[in-house]
Design a protein. Structure first.
Length: 583
């Protein structure tokens, strides 16, 4: 008796180069449950093929391009190939005496049929064959959930994109697959691959490491360079989903070479622990490949880790551990590494509840959102004066070696949180270059070695100086890469900075793009859009509901910082009269 598996084996032998067919066959196998196939089914298949060929001829599609290349095919060669494969299949079926016919595509559940169409590679083209296929395409389009993972390269500054589609609790992956995240270690996967695992309820990812929440637990695959997948393996690349041996997982939080698992019993961590960033109580040169329990973590609400610095929110407090070489954790301790979560010392009367923590190279920013506006009171009540316009506050700590934390003294080290003397609502910092949003303006400090901030010839912003950056148009998003800055204005992206391997995406061949240039590389634009909409972006990103307005001049010196007394410093960002143009 010839069952579905025998038919699929024959198809695989005859079509070993058709990756789409293999995906569709696996899905079809799960739905048909091993039912046998008769020659009547092949007769029906031949009839369907004849109808499709007649449709092609009716619309004048006598020649077409193969999906994998530019080789031209015609209908006669396609029919000859089909007849040869059909004859081989009939020989397989003739050896059996099966009586039942496997269901046709349209007899399956709509979600299953739509998934098979997608896995077969037909895609949108299938909706032109008949109304039933058009309905399946609409079923898929209306219910699919798209996810995109951007993998960055700090050396070449290139961006690579892995795209996933979650439909009917099944996951398809395509695109960048150097870490095996698409089921095979290769530079790029043109075809979507179905990642086989139990029904999926959610997907999270970060820099090539993928995690799927399923009814049977958490499955992980992809980049495992530091054991961050938590599957007990040291293999740098994992090409198939493997279950994480952890029960009661509520959420997964992947970060830079580490992953935190929130469970019903508290938090657990896996990955790189060289500077104690996993908060396990001790640092280790060896990676942690299976999740380990973080002590006293049941009440922690969130954890993040960037560049070896880990911060956790606990009530109104923030705890920190990891790399503390420049006292960037804000704990007041001088230890170069902290392996246990330690409270961040906040200034007197300051609550860190709801603070946004941004870690950079040897420094950290704590942005506290503006409090809600005061409630109006009657004129007869005797109340103390209240600032009618509350403004967000930003505190800094760590090293100012490249003026990246906007302090008056270069090379200063600030062990405890110090406030910036102007309102800051958002901060992006990477590679000692910092961009801040203040009162609707975009300010820059730190390194400017590849003109990522301005076209001036200096390689570093002058000590104690803030640069008011020029914008090409009202912007709604900012993305920062190593020595590169991108902004989104009017639906288009603009970039400037180091253009190694044309990383900016403007088409320029210059090593350094010194002014805003439109991004014309569609691949770079797609990656930037994915980063801007990501809930766990691999690069610093900020989005704005109210666009930032462009400035009239390239940059201005908007204030000179005095070292003492710090509290008397006033930054008049809106009063530009008399400002000195420095570029």
């Amino acid at each position: 008796m010839t069952d579905i598996q025998t038919l699929i084996d024959a198809l695989k032998r005859l079509s070993t180069d058709h990756h789409y067919l293999f995906n569709a066959s696996r899905i079809f196998l799960d739905e048909t449950d091993g039912q046998p196939v008769t020659s009547a089914a092949l007769d029906q298949l031949e009839g369907e093929f004849d109808r499709v060929m007649a449709t092609f001829k009716h619309h004048g599609l006598g020649r077409f391009k193969h999906r994998r290349g530019s080789h031209q095919h015609n209908l006669d060669s396609l029919r000859a190939n089909f007849n040869w494969k059909l004859r081989m299949l009939r020989e397989e079926v003739a050896k059996a005496a099966g009586e039942r016919t496997a269901p046709t595509l349209l007899s399956l559940r709509p979600s299953t049929a739509a998934m098979i169409l997608k896995a077969s590679g037909l895609g949108v083209a299938a909706c032109w064959l008949c109304k039933s296929f058009a309905a399946l395409d609409a079923e898929y389009t209306s219910s699919v959930q798209f996810h995109s993972d951007v993998v960055t390269d700090s050396k070449t500054r290139s961006l690579a994109l892995t795209t996933s589609e979650l439909f009917s609790r099944r996951l398809l992956l395509g695109g960048e697959s150097k870490a095996g995240q698409c089921g095979r270690e290769t530079d790029f996967m043109q075809a979507f691959t179905w990642m086989r695992m139990p029904p999926i309820t959610g997907v999270v990812h970060r820099e090539g490491s993928w995690f799927a929440m399923t009814a049977a637990g958490v499955y992980a695959w992809g980049l495992n360079s530091s054991g961050q997948l938590g599957i007990g393996s040291r293999a740098p690349h994992v090409c198939r989903p493997i279950r994480v041996d952890l029960a009661g997982v509520l959420s997964v939080h992947p970060h830079d070479c580490v992953t935190f698992f929130r469970t019903t019993e508290g938090w657990q961590a896996a990955g790189d622990n060289s500077v104690g960033q996993l908060a396990l109580g001790a640092a280790s040169d060896d990676v942690v490949t299976t999740p380990a329990v973080i002590p006293d973590s049941r009440s922690i609400t969130s954890i993040q880790c960037t560049g070896g610095q880990t911060f956790a929110a606990l009530g109104d407090n923030i705890l920190a551990c990891g790399d503390n070489a420049t006292q960037q954790l804000g704990t007041g301790l001088q230890d170069r590494t902290l392996a246990s979560l330690t409270p961040v010392i906040a200034p007197n009367g300051v609550s860190l509840a709801g603070a946004r923590v941004v870690s950079g190279t040897g420094c950290t920013f704590f942005t506290i959102p503006a409090p809600p506006p005061p409630t109006p009171v009657s004129d007869t009540e005797d109340v103390p004066p209240i600032d009618p316009t509350p403004r967000p506050t930003c505190y800094v700590c760590g090293s100012n070696a490249s003026c990246q934390i906007a302090q008056a003294a270069r090379f200063a080290v600030i062990p405890c949180l110090r406030p910036l003397p102007f309102a800051v609502s958002n901060v992006l910092t990477l590679a000692k270059t910092t961009v801040m949003v203040s009162d609707g303006h975009l300010l820059g400090v730190g390194l400017d070695d590849f003109n990522q901030l301005t076209k001036a010839k200096t390689h570093i912003v002058k000590v104690g100086t803030l640069l008011l950056l020029q914008l090409p148009a009202p912007i709604t998003a900012i993305v920062q890469h190593h020595k590169i800055l991108w902004v989104r204005a009017g639906g288009a992206w603009y970039g400037r900075g180091w253009n190694y391997h044309k990383a900016v995406g403007s088409g320029s061949r210059a090593v350094s793009v010194m002014k805003w240039e439109a991004v014309t590389d569609l691949h770079v634009a797609r990656c930037l859009n994915s980063i801007a909409h990501s809930t766990n972006p691999p690069l610093p990103v900020a989005s704005f509901d109210c666009p930032l307005a462009p400035t009239q001049r390239v940059m201005k010196e908007v204030g000179q910082m005095k070292e003492t007394p710090y509290a008397r410093l006033e930054m008049k960002l809106l009063a530009m009269t008399g400002s000195t143009v420095v570029g």
